[in-house]
Design a protein around this ligand. Structure first.
Ligand code: NAP
Length: 253
């Protein structure tokens, strides 16, 4: 595939976890991938993996909650890889606590990365999608959008992501752009290791306790989410828009 016809994807929070899995998968699917995370050097191993497999990728350091940082990052992607027409808003943080102990800073930080971040990245990328009359947006929600003890901030942000996604589907559909959300259940990453730590459990005990509640009787891996992203951003998925797909080993909605 020539560089002119190759689709260009931006995956945020792609230095590790789900984002890294998604970046590797989209590169394997034939896309050029901007591996974006807070620390550019942390993105380099993912870029190296993609290049070693014969793909094209670039490491981009940016804070998705900062408008200038996002604008500069998206311009860099367009200059170095080409017009981005695939966006995966994956960057995320948790600042869990019971409501009565949750600080305003912890509320704002979570809203800043998940909601403001998805808004800023989508706003910056949508003009390239509209120009190309093609776009695929995938936003990471969570089963926590249905409510989860200790996650008032995160649950609100992840529910907000679903409303944001459906609105994008309405506004951008006529430009060939689809927008969908994936709501993962328990996926083994550093984020869920941090949750186990907060609950004072070993990761293995936490994992086993959750697996006991999951219909397919296993935990999720970044590759499970990457597979779903791969479908949603594919050329053939143009009639699927405004949906929330729970990837949780069972029905959660
Ligand atoms: P993770 O391992 O913690 O990775 C998240 C990545 O996002 C990190 O590399 C982090 O960078 C980056 N990031 C944080 N703030 C950022 C910012 N302001 N700008 C750019 N990058 C930023 O998390 P994960 O488990 O892979 O989760 C990925 C997404 O899936 C998140 O949106 C999460 O809420 C969602 N999700 C995860 C699960 C799960 O079970 N793991 C379930 C449901 C939904 P630093 O390391 O530098 O902080």
């Amino acid at each position: 595939m020539s560089n002119e016809t190759q689709r260009v994807a931006i995956v945020t929070g792609a230095a590790r976890g789900i984002g890294a899995g998604v970046a590797r998968r989209l590169a394997a699917d034939g896309m050029a991938v901007a591996v974006l995370d807070l620390d550019e050097s942390a993105c380099k191993p993912v870029v190296a993996d993609i290049e070693a497999a014969g793909g094209r990728a670039v490491a981009i350091g940016a804070d998705v909650s900062d408008e200038q940082s996002v604008t500069a990052a998206v311009e860099r992607v367009a200059a170095e890889l080409g017009a981005p027409t695939v966006l995966v808003n994956n960057a995320g943080i948790i600042r869990d606590n019971m409501l009565y102990k949750m600080t305003v800073d912890d509320w704002d930080a979570v809203m800043g990365v998940h909601l403001r971040g998805a808004f800023l990245c989508t706003k910056a990328v949508q003009k390239y999608m509209v120009e190309q009359n093609f776009g695929r947006i995938v936003n990471l929600s969570s089963t926590s959008a249905l409510g989860n003890r200790g996650q008032a901030n995160y649950a609100a942000a992840k529910a907000g992501i679903q409303g944001f996604t459906k609105t994008l589907a309405f506004e951008l559909g006529k430009f060939g752009v689809t927008a969908n959300a994936i709501a993962p259940g328990f996926i083994e990453t550093e984020m869920t290791h941090a949750t186990a730590e907060r609950l004072g459990m070993s990761f293995e005990d936490f994992r086993q306790a959750l697996i006991a509640t999951i219909p397919v009787a296993r935990s999720g891996k970044p590759e499970d989410i990457a597979h779903t992203v791969s479908f949603l951003v594919s050329e053939g998925a143009g009639f699927v828009s405004g949906q929330v797909i729970y990837v949780a080993g069972g029905p959660k909605n």
